[in-house]
Design a protein around this ligand. Structure first.
Ligand code: FES
Ligand code: FES
Length: 160
């Protein structure tokens, strides 16, 4: 079936089986391989994307459910110059990236949180990334990076 939606601001039209997952369409049809497949059953968050601004596991969404909606993948998160944005840079600076497999999902979970709550506590951050498993970092540095970005964004918005 034909499905039309928006990915990272660009309109997309694909012909896919009705039972295709959004994850498979993103990776296999559109070549957006930044979205990772981990468990395939909604347990790990590696496949996280934003659907109309909400964090979802794309392995659990059927492609037709995405029809007419706005999707943001990790390829859509970047600074104006095309490099890492402030949250991605904080992950680098705080040593929050090891193997990297969970990181696209973590960044999108962080962006969804910061959009909804510019002043998150560490508990809020831990809750926001609770669906995103990381086997490497122990989470501490990821929480540090998200918290530091929240603070920097608040300061930036205060100073104009
Ligand atoms: S691959 Fe989707 S939650 Fe694990
Ligand atoms: S950095 Fe390896 S799973 Fe998170």
């Amino acid at each position: 079936m034909k499905i039309e939606f928006t990915v990272n601001g660009a309109p997309v039209s694909v012909e896919v089986p009705a039972n295709a997952t959004l994850l498979s369409v993103l990776r296999d049809v559109l070549g957006l391989t930044g979205t990772k497949e981990g468990c395939g059953i909604g347990e790990c968050g590696a496949c996280s994307v934003l659907l109309d601004g909400h964090l979802v596991n794309s392995c659990l969404i059927l492609a037709p459910q995405a029809g007419g909606r706005q999707i943001v993948t990790i390829e859509g998160v970047r600074a104006a110059d095309g490099g890492p944005n402030d949250l991605q840079q904080a992950f680098i600076d705080y040593g929050a990236v090891q193997c990297g497999y969970c990181i696209p999902g973590m960044i999108l979970a962080g962006e969804a949180l910061l959009a909804a709550n510019p002043r998150p506590s560490r508990g809020d951050i831990r809750e926001a990334i609770a669906g995103n498993l990381c086997r490497c970092t122990g989470y501490q540095q990821i929480v540090d990076a998200i918290q530091a970005t929240a603070l920097r964004r608040r300061e930036k918005s205060k100073h104009g």
